[in-house]
Design a protein around this ligand. Structure first.
Ligand code: MEV
Length: 328
């Protein structure tokens, strides 16, 4: 039996635009998904999953059987979650050459599913790492990130960047532009997360931005403008000027909103954070629902979010220096 964990992540800047070759800067946060893997005698895949939202619930299904999951969450979310695990195991079979190996997989996650904190990337990275080690193969971090990216790419039907998977495999703050992925220095950032209890569907949100970008030059310009924010944000990160970082996050949120990926509850949380005196706030991840990230060294934003209608949970997030962790 082997066990690995991987952290969640927030985007300081650049989600969506990164899918079209612009740079993005996500950073890993100390909320983890832990995956335990045990080889089976047969070629079946069974996945038991807990705490896929901050509220916690249980999902149990047989990845290669017809069993229906017995849960009170949307089927599309379950389909997405199981899709990532199935895809991860396909990568494991390919990289180890053990085409017909089966596994019992147990997931325990503190990262809300589909909430923009990198739940799918964390589960995918931890699952590939634990399952390859179960077969006696330990992948280098870059190979692990690449295999996890291929999983996301397939599940998201060719519309995925390397940003989430590289970030959670590597840990810390990273910069991703196309296939150029690297770690960068980041100051200690006072990150506050607000979660509306919901989730967006990454695939359709990414497709929506893609369609808008194809149709209108000004939408394509908006995507490029997000790239400009990221390039400016990178140099501001080096100075550690929180006020300017916050301002850039605010503009980034505005542009994401213009591209149609914000929501009423995300906007409400962003405004609650700004009104409470945060340096800046934006949605994080694919959008459509889920989480915002704000910069505030005081307690004010967290408190304000807790009283904001539509916000289900607010918490401070520490930067996770370590990406994948090998636990057993
Ligand atoms: C989702 O966490 C981030 C997106 O940019 C998609 C991707 O990069 O694959 C929306």
């Amino acid at each position: 039996m082997t066990r690995s964990s991987a952290p969640g992540k927030v985007y300081l800047f650049g989600e969506h635009a990164v899918v079209y070759g612009e740079p993005a800067v996500p950073c890993a946060i100390e909320r983890r998904a832990e995956v335990e893997v045990e080889r089976r005698e047969d070629d079946k895949l069974r996945v038991h999953s807990e705490d896929l939202t901050l509220d916690g619930f249980t999902v149990e299904y047989g990845g290669q059987s017809d069993e229906r999951p017995d849960v009170d969450v949307s089927e599309s979310l379950i389909a997405a979650a199981t899709g990532y695990v199935d895809g991860a195991i396909d990568q494991v079979r390919e990289v180890t050459g053990e085409e017909s190996v089966g596994f019992d997989v147990t997931i325990e996650s503190e990262i809300p599913l589909g909430g923009g904190l990198g739940s799918s990337a964390a589960v995918t990275v931890a699952a590939i790492d634990a399952a390859t080690r179960e077969l006696g193969v330990t992948l280098e971090t870059d190979e692990l990130a690449e295999r996890a990216f291929r999983t996301e790419y397939e599940v998201q039907e060719g519309q995925a960047s390397r940003a989430d998977t590289f970030c959670v495999a590597t840990g810390g703050a990273v910069r991703v532009e196309g296939d150029d992925c690297r770690s960068i220095e980041a100051p200690d950032l006072p990150l506050v997360i607000g979660f509306d209890g919901g989730a967006g569907e990454t695939g359709s949100l990414v497709a929506g931005v893609g369609a808008l970008r194809e149709r209108y030059d000004f939408a394509a310009d908006t995507v490029e403008a997000i790239g400009d924010i990221v390039r400016t944000g990178e140099s501001v990160l080096e100075t550690g000027d929180l006020a300017e970082l916050g301002q850039l996050m605010n503009v980034n949120h505005g542009l994401l909103s213009a591209l149609g990926v914000s929501s009423r509850s995300l906007d409400a949380m962003v405004w609650a954070a700004r009104d409470a005196g945060a340096y800046g706030a934006k949605l994080t991840g694919a959008g459509g629902g889920g989480c915002i990230v704000a910069l505030d060294p005081t307690e004010a934003t967290e408190t304000a979010l807790k009283f904001t209608p539509g916000c289900e949970e607010a918490f401070r997030a520490e930067l996770a220096e370590e990406g994948v962790k090998r636990l057993e």
